[in-house]
Design a protein around this ligand. Structure first.
Ligand code: SF4
Length: 290
C-alpha cells in the first residue's frame, strides 16, 4: 500500500472499530467465555468483521474466542486458495467446510429465478449445524448499516412487514444466537477499508445467479432519497431503534405492550422537531460512520 494512505487506513479502522465496539457493547453481543464463529464468505464485509473482531478481542476486558469458518458451496470455478492463505496468516483459528449446496440450488430453482433465497437458506443450515458441532455460542455475520436499511425497505415494499436485521437474533429452534457486530458501520467505509487492506475478495457471482434486482433497485432508490434527504439511511437506521408502537397499528404488538386504547394528543405524525431523528434520544446516539 502507498505509505501516504496509512493515516487514512488508520482512521478508517478506528471509525469502524468504534462502530463495531459500540454495537457489541450496546446489545451485549459478546459475553465472557463466548466462542464466536465468524462466518467468512470471502467478501469485503466478512474480512472486515474478522479483522475488527480480532482487534477487539485482543483488548477486551474479558476473554472470548473467535473461530473463522468459511463454507465452500461447490460453485463452479471456486478457488479458495488466496482466502485460505490469508486465513493462515491471521492469528484466528479457522475451519474450511465443504458442502455442495450449489448443485442442490441449481436442481431446484428454475433458470429464470434467482438462486439467492434457497442458497442462503442452505448455507444458513450448514453454518448453524457447524456452530453446534464446533461448540460455538454465537455466530457472527458481516451485515452492515446499508444491508439493514435495504432490508427494511424491501420488507416495507414487497412483504408488508416492518422488519429488518436485528443485531442479535436467537434462531427459531433456539440452538443458535446470530450476531451482527457491523450493523452501525457504513458499507462505503467497509469497502474503502477492504480495498486499503487488500483483502483477497472472492467473487460473489460464481454461482451464476441472476443479480438480486430488487435489492439493487432499493439501493438506487436509497441513493435517490439521499439526494433529497442526505441523512436518509442514517435516519432509517435510527428509526429501527426508535419505534413508536403507539403510532402503528399492529394489534398483537399493541396488546403485548398494553397500548390498546392509549391516548395521545398528536395525530401520529412524528415532528422533525420533537427529537433528534438521526439518532436516539440524547445520550443514546448511534455512533454512525461518516
Ligand atoms: S449470489 Fe450466489 S452465492 Fe450469493 S447468495 Fe446468491 S446464489 Fe448464493
Amino acid at each position: 500500500m502507498d505509505g501516504s494512505l496509512a493515516p487514512l487506513l488508520e482512521s478508517l479502522e478506528a471509525q469502524l472499530g468504534r462502530a463495531l465496539g459500540s454495537c457489541v457493547t450496546r446489545f451485549r453481543l459478546i459475553e465472557p467465555g463466548d466462542r464466536v464463529m465468524v462466518c467468512v464468505s470471502g467478501g469485503k464485509d466478512s474480512y472486515t468483521l474478522l479483522t475488527l473482531l480480532e482487534r477487539l478481542r485482543r483488548r477486551a476486558p474479558f476473554q472470548f474466542e473467535l473461530l473463522a469458518v468459511h463454507l465452500d458451496q461447490g460453485q463452479p470455478g471456486y478457488d479458495g486458495t488466496r482466502l485460505q492463505a490469508w486465513l493462515e496468516r491471521q492469528s484466528v483459528p479457522f475451519r474450511i467446510l465443504r458442502e455442495d449446496t450449489y448443485s442442490v440450488v441449481v436442481s431446484k430453482v428454475p433458470e429464470d429465478k434467482t438462486y439467492c433465497s434457497l442458497c442462503s437458506r442452505l448455507r444458513r443450515g450448514v453454518l448453524y449445524n457447524a456452530a453446534q458441532e464446533l461448540g460455538c455460542s454465537k455466530i457472527a455475520l458481516g451485515h452492515h448499516r446499508d444491508d439493514a436499511v435495504e432490508t427494511l425497505l424491501l420488507n416495507l415494499i414487497y412483504t408488508g412487514a416492518l422488519a429488518s436485521m436485528p443485531p442479535k437474533l436467537v434462531s427459531k429452534d433456539k440452538r443458535n444466537v446470530v450476531i451482527r457486530p457491523l450493523l452501525f458501520a457504513r458499507e462505503a467505509s467497509i469497502a474503502r477499508y477492504a480495498e486499503l487492506m487488500a483483502f483477497p475478495i472472492l467473487p460473489c457471482d460464481l454461482c451464476g445467479s441472476q443479480p438480486q434486482l430488487k435489492r439493487k433497485q432499493v439501493k438506487t432508490l436509497l441513493s435517490e432519497l439521499e439526494r433529497i434527504a442526505p441523512q436518509a439511511r442514517e435516519s432509517m437506521l435510527a428509526a429501527m431503534a426508535n419505534v413508536k408502537a403507539a403510532h402503528l397499528f399492529d394489534a398483537d404488538l399493541s396488546a403485548r405492550l398494553g397500548l390498546e386504547g392509549a391516548l395521545d394528543e398528536s395525530d401520529g405524525e412524528v415532528s422533525p422537531f420533537s427529537g433528534p431523528p438521526r439518532a436516539e434520544a440524547p445520550g443514546r446516539r448511534l455512533p454512525l460512520l461518516r
